[in-house]
Design a protein around this ligand. Sequence first.
Ligand SMILES: C[S@@+](CC[C@H](N)C(=O)[O-])C[C@H]1O[C@@H](n2cnc3c(N)ncnc32)[C@H](O)[C@@H]1O
Length: 311
Amino acid sequence: MPHLSCGLKNHRNKDMSPKQALALLRSDHDDGATVHRLERDAKAEIACEHNLKFMRRLPDESMSLIVTSPPYNIGKSYEKRTSQEKYVEDQAACIAEAVRLLAPNGSICWQVGNHVDSGEIFPLDILLYPLFKHHGLQLRNRIVWTFGHGLHCQKRFSGRHETILWFTKSEDYTFNLDPVRVPSKYPNKKHFKGPNKGELSSNPLGKNPSDVWDIPNVKSNHVEKTDHPCQFPIGLVERLVLALTNEGESVLDPYLGVGSSAIAALKHGRHAYGCDLDKAYVDIAWDRIHQLRAGTLRTRPMNKPVYDPNA
Ligand SMILES: C[S@@+](CC[C@H](N)C(=O)[O-])C[C@H]1O[C@@H](n2cnc3c(N)ncnc32)[C@H](O)[C@@H]1O
């Protein structure tokens, strides 16, 4: 069993098992005393810190996947609206650090929507694409993430998709299709002529999930909902973790929020790294990680079909 190197104030014990640490954490809660968080353990390093500061401590080429969703500069509670030039400049600094940290066979997935100004939309993937190309990264997919819920617009069509730009550092990159295959539409379909006549024509493990992903976004009645206004559905990140990394490798989210990327990584035996400026979100992230480890975290299954009231 991995042992924790704990950052628990007043309880420093390097040889504590996760179970013991969890019990200790709970006892802190039970006492009504200050809630102490584990700052770091064998598999997760998560901090309340500016991402540039956090990333600069990590070694070159140490991350197999960097997956994130930055602020969109639209005035959400966790960001300050700024000029488009300054926004792109800040993104450029974070992306440069991400490229330094990326393993030669690794992937960067930048999940974004639109910046909106006076009713005009500016798709952030278009604005940010040149920053990745500046570092020589290669775009493998522009994944369209569609979802059913959001604002009802009056003067344009309501936005129901965002995108994930998936870049690699080289042509030799990890891509595991089998763990993320989805059920085929006609699994029993057979070849009707030729040398394979009568044999199943589709892969029994299912089909490629394609580059259009219909996954419910996390709104109030979603099982994963926390206090964060814009959290990732864990299933979306799980698909990226399983396809783009191998067990034991490291996954970083430099805009971690409430830790959805870390949970997806830990759930599948990867190491999780991440940071967020907001302590309340980092506390929720740790809380969710402890729930995951205790087997009590509720998540929406990765490939669960979207509810269709007409079906
Ligand atoms: C769109 S949210 C990401 C939510 C995350 N995907 C999740 O599932 O919870 C962006 C997050 O970036 C954080 N943030 C903004 N600027 C940051 C910075 N410079 N360093 C670290 N975190 C930052 C915000 O506090 C916010 O939680």
